[in-house]
Design a protein around this ligand. Structure first.
Ligand code: ZN
Length: 187
């Protein structure tokens, strides 16, 4: 069972305090993958920064995605539909598994593979990949559904995920096509 994990596609990270043109360009393709995940009944997770004033990483980035503020909302294009198979998971550090209870939630739903998307490839996606690896999840990363910010090499960031966490680097088309092919073979 796959879980699509969408990391920090929040107002502050797309057009707000930490606005990123790469993330803005990625919204439509990511929406396509989200639609696919919902159709195929994958588990969907929105892993969202929801910071409190004493969170350590604010010393690095300044205030962003503060809990309860508009900047901490998932962008309108990807609005969550919370339910049994769609989880909104608040985090206060980089990794989706860091003190969030997400591992237990995914296990309860039978998830054994995570598809990591969102931003940033070299920070929160990376820390989430580490969290997934040590908890024995298989990891896929569609290269067109993640991004770094300006000045950071995307290929280097993806290579790190592949070489360090055994992440399968793929594409949205490949994921969607692979699902369709598997269905075809089963009938
Ligand atoms: Zn943060």
């Amino acid at each position: 069972m796959k879980a699509l994990i969408i990391i920090d596609m929040l107002d502050d990270f797309v057009g707000g305090a930490l606005a990123n043109p790469h993330a803005q360009a990625m919204v439509a393709p990511l929406k396509r993958l989200l639609d696919h995940a919902r159709r195929e009944d994958w588990v969907v997770v929105f892993s969202n920064d929801a910071h409190e004033p004493d969170d350590p990483e604010l010393a690095v980035w300044g205030e962003h995605a503060m809990a309860g503020t508009p900047g901490a909302q998932v962008i309108a294009e990807l609005t969550p539909r919370p339910g049994e198979r769609e989880i909104v998971s608040a985090k206060r550090a980089y990794g989706a598994f860091d003190g969030t209870g997400l591992d237990e939630q995914l296990r309860a739903l039978g998830v054994d593979e995570v598809v990591l998307t969102g931003q940033h490839t070299h920070i929160c996606v990376r820390h989430s990949a580490y969290g997934a690896l040590i908890r024995h999840y298989r990891i896929s990363v569609p290269r067109d559904a993640v991004c770094t910010f300006e000045g950071v090499d995307e290929d280097d960031a993806l290579d790190y995920l592949r070489d360090t966490y055994a992440a399968r680097i793929t594409t949205i088309d490949e994921l969607i096509g692979a699902e369709a092919a598997a269905r075809g073979a089963a009938t």
